[in-house]
Write a protein that binds this ligand. Structure first.
Ligand code: FE2
Length: 192
């Protein structure tokens, strides 16, 4: 089965000026596309050639895992963003307050984790088996699915996510990222 680059849920310039169309043309159009092209080449003739993306992420390792997880992570990242104003559901808000004390302390902890993550990776809001929320970061292509965690939100902290717009100033990227979060998407990812 050939994997395909997801269609963005908005236009390439919809997140301007916080995330430029030039950033999207590289980040989505080149980096994300390359993971898709590479995965299709790597799984050809292997036991994964007819597997869906999530099964590959959960069962593979090495280059196949890296490219599959980067596709999953980027799909999740683009869906985590929106140019529209959205609001977290009451259920999400209560879970956040239950796990972090307040929405403000959740925001501070999430953004600090993202700002201090060393090198390339991802920061996630996840739900564990007990239903509680946690912030976790993953290195390189790491994906919470392999730890049986349910992802609700992700932030890409690879340099390719922000270097065109913010150069090396990751905190500026993060504060703008925060204002683009699609809380409808995050709220819908909760499992009862
Ligand atoms: Fe990325």
């Amino acid at each position: 089965m050939k994997h395909e680059l997801m269609k963005l849920p908005y236009s390439m310039d919809a997140l301007e000026p916080k995330m430029s169309s030039e950033t999207l043309s590289f980040h989505y159009g080149k980096h994300h596309q390359t993971y898709v092209t590479k995965l299709n080449g790597l799984i050809d003739g292997t036991k994964f050639e007819n597997s869906d993306l999530i099964s590959i992420v959960k069962q593979s390792e090495g280059g196949i895992f890296n490219n599959a997880a980067q596709i999953y992570n980027h799909d999740f990242f683009w869906n985590s963003l929106t140019p529209n104003e959205t609001k977290m559901s009451d259920t999400l808000e209560q879970l956040i307050i239950g796990s972090f004390g307040s929405v403000d302390s959740f925001k501070e902890k999430f953004l600090t984790t993202a700002a201090t993550h060393f090198g390339a990776g991802w920061v996630w809001l996840v739900q564990d088996g007990s239903g509680a929320l946690k912030i976790v970061s993953t290195v390189n292509a790491g994906c919470p699915l392999t730890d049986n965690l349910n992802p609700l939100l992700t932030c890409d902290v690879w340099e390719h996510a922000y270097y065109i717009d913010y150069r090396n100033v990751r905190p500026d990227y993060l504060s703008n990222y925060w204002s683009l979060i699609n809380w409808d998407f995050v709220s819908k990812n909760i499992v009862d």
